[in-house]
Design a protein around this ligand. Sequence first.
Ligand SMILES: NC(=O)c1ccc[n+]([C@@H]2O[C@H](COP(=O)([O-])OP(=O)(O)OC[C@H]3O[C@@H](n4cnc5c(N)ncnc54)[C@H](OP(=O)(O)O)[C@@H]3O)[C@@H](O)[C@H]2O)c1
Length: 287
Amino acid sequence: MILVTGATGNIGRELTRELDARRAPLRLLVRDRARAAGLPDRAERAVGDLGEPSTLTPAFDGVDKLFLLTQGIGTDHTAAAIGAAQAAGVSHIVHLSSLHVTLDPAPAMARWHHEREEIVRASGIPATLLRPGGFMTNALDWLPTILEGNHVLDPVGPGRYAPIDPADIAAVAALVLTGAGHEGKEYVLTGGETFTVTEQVRIISETIGRDIEVREVTTPDEAVRFRFPNGAPQALADAITEGFHLMRADTVGYRTDTVERLLGRKPRTFADWCARNADAFRRHGTT
Ligand SMILES: NC(=O)c1ccc[n+]([C@@H]2O[C@H](COP(=O)([O-])OP(=O)(O)OC[C@H]3O[C@@H](n4cnc5c(N)ncnc54)[C@H](OP(=O)(O)O)[C@@H]3O)[C@@H](O)[C@H]2O)c1
């Protein structure tokens, strides 16, 4: 039995479909059953919360493989999941980390991921670490300014990165969860093309047939709203601001061939992602 955490998120939804297509025995950890509507019916639902360890025992019962994704900051949720995994006798963990753990010095965001990796390693359970760079779905964070003011706030200027489609992360996770020989491996996952924010916005504009303006951010608060339109706790806001400094300095603009090596095909392109998500960027009644 494979247990998928984060099943209702960007990666989890795609992973659930990938594993369903492989007919893998599958259980989804969800906080709210309604959020899992639309996910494959064949997958069991276990209602639980990583912030409430007592809810995890039944969810982990009979599980031998775990896809572990924790959101936000801190390590409590990882520790709770690992405790439940040890108690259940899980034999393999595929842990979602971040490319940022490869940076030296490590930014705050990477330190949380690094500490989570350490908890996974210390568990003694064989694990595979997936370390993706920035997601293509982060572009959805620009929707409020695009839909309200037809512009995107740009905190990174000339900095480039190689956004990855979460569907590719899910495809790698499914391969690792259902294949052999991935224990102890660390996979740094990126898309196949590097972009500035301006270049990404140009592709969105071309996809929907409407020019979208790019405005350089002028305050740290504006920079945070680039990723968290509704704001973020101070520690997360500080980490995000630090991350943008690194991106602006072009420290994360590299690509790996890991997705292609593992999947035997090129990573999905940002133009393809935009085509699949074009409706989200269109204003009602207009392009
Ligand atoms: N975005 C990036 O560029 C980037 C880059 C590298 C690494 N990462 C890492 O990728 C991960 C986010 O992946 P994602 O975009 O697929 O996630 P996401 O779309 O933000 O979804 C988060 C998932 O976690 C679930 N969740 C949140 N709190 C929970 C809790 N207390 N107990 C159980 N489940 C909980 C959510 O369930 P609900 O439906 O109940 O909310 C949802 O399924 C984070 O670890 C992030 O650091 C992101």
